[in-house]
Design a protein around this ligand. Structure first.
Ligand code: SF4
Length: 352
């Protein structure tokens, strides 16, 4: 990272900027990612679509594992369309934002009936597909000249032009102008790769950057000052109690609602009111379930995008129907809670 301030260099023409980035991409792009099989512009739309949806809220390293698991379970759009929702959610387990998985399955049903959309507008019309995904799939699978605009693109372009507060419209206009319409798939992947591997949020590796000689943020001496970070929504703390009525093989589970975890199964849970004691929530939860409360198994602290959940987990006895745990799609929070039972089942702890 530079420390000295230099005069802002003049921007060279579009041809020079494009050649610099595409040359770098040919040498250093992430060519081995599994959804990049085949030439950009003629990729398998199913693989590109699944990858782009999955990677929206997931880092690439973790996404690789989830992508392999999902493609293994549903190797074709027909397989995805025919699968029960519970199986799709199970294959999506751990990825979060489960509305994405439900929308993938719904959109697969449309594609099986109508065929893969052949252009941006067709992709945009599918459930769960926004402008970013539509631009990515139409450029990477069909060679349509559509520039993607996501967090990586926003950061890279804000720095190239030293724009502190880039609006969506500003980013899209710059991205559209820079797009190499002869190679839109390569171009979009090159910008994404530059943002993911070189022009990273906290420690850009400007010495390796193909745009360093004309990057205004680099010349300023403080590239990370661009763009100014967005104000994040405050993280809400949620306190709750949950019960494990059963064991690690079979337990009483309930269906979760809401966009984040909707459709998943989960341990019966009750949110606590402000300053409410866990014992009061446990009593309310057990009354609802017709269960008898048991030992306190432990506390799970789990960070989600805008929430920090503190979950007090108890054993309970209940005659309610149990579900095989291994077959249920569960959130990471529920897996953490269930893990508290393991030492108790192994006989390491006695009852309180
Ligand atoms: S020179 Fe540095 S700040 Fe500018 S685009 Fe490259 S990595 Fe980002």
């Amino acid at each position: 990272m530079p420390t000295a301030v230099r005069p802002t260099p003049p921007l060279p023409g579009l041809t020079v900027r494009r050649a610099a980035l595409l040359g770098w991409f040919a040498r250093a792009g992430r060519a081995t990612l599994p959804w990049r099989l085949g030439e950009a512009g003629a990729r398998d739309p199913y693989r590109v679509w699944v990858a782009e949806i999955l990677l929206q809220q997931t880092q690439v390293v973790r996404g690789l594992e989830y992508y392999g698991r999902f493609l293994n379970a549903f190797p074709t759009v027909e397989a995805l369309a025919a699968a029960p929702e519970a199986d799709v959610l199970k294959a999506w387990e751990g990825c979060g934002y489960y509305a994405r998985a439900r929308n993938l399955r719904r959109a697969a049903g449309v594609i099986v009936q109508e065929g893969f959309p052949q252009d941006y507008a067709g992709w945009l019309a599918l459930p769960g597909v926004g402008p970013y995904t539509a631009a990515a799939v139409s450029s990477l699978a069909y060679g349509e000249a559509r520039a993607v605009n996501d967090g990586n693109v926003r950061r890279v372009l804000a720095r190239l032009y030293a724009e502190a507060v880039p609006t969506d419209a500003w980013v899209q206009a710059r991205a559209d102008e820079l797009l190499d319409s002869a190679r839109p798939g390569d171009w979009n992947e090159a910008v994404m790769d530059l943002g993911a591997t070189v022009c990273t949020p906290k420690a850009p590796r400007c010495s390796e950057c193909p745009w360093r000689d004309f990057c205004a943020a680099f010349a300023s001496g403080t590239p990370t000052a661009f763009p100014v970070p967005k104000v994040r929504a405050a993280v809400r703390e949620v306190r709750a109690v949950a019960v494990i009525a059963g064991d690690l093989r079979e337990a009483v589970l309930e269906r979760r609602e809401g966009a984040l975890l909707g459709g998943l199964s989960g341990l019966p849970t009750e949110e606590l009111a402000a300053a409410e004691a866990p014992a009061a929530g446990l009593a309310r939860l057990c009354a609802r379930l017709g269960a008898v409360p048991g030992a306190h198994l432990g506390t799970v602290v789990h960070a989600m995008t805008h929430r920090r959940v503190i979950l007090e987990v108890y054993a309970a006895q209940s005659d309610a129907a149990r579900t095989p745990v291994a077959r249920a799609a569960l959130s990471r929070l529920d897996h953490k809670a269930l893990a508290l039972l393991a030492p108790w089942q192994a006989g390491l702890f006695g009852p309180e």
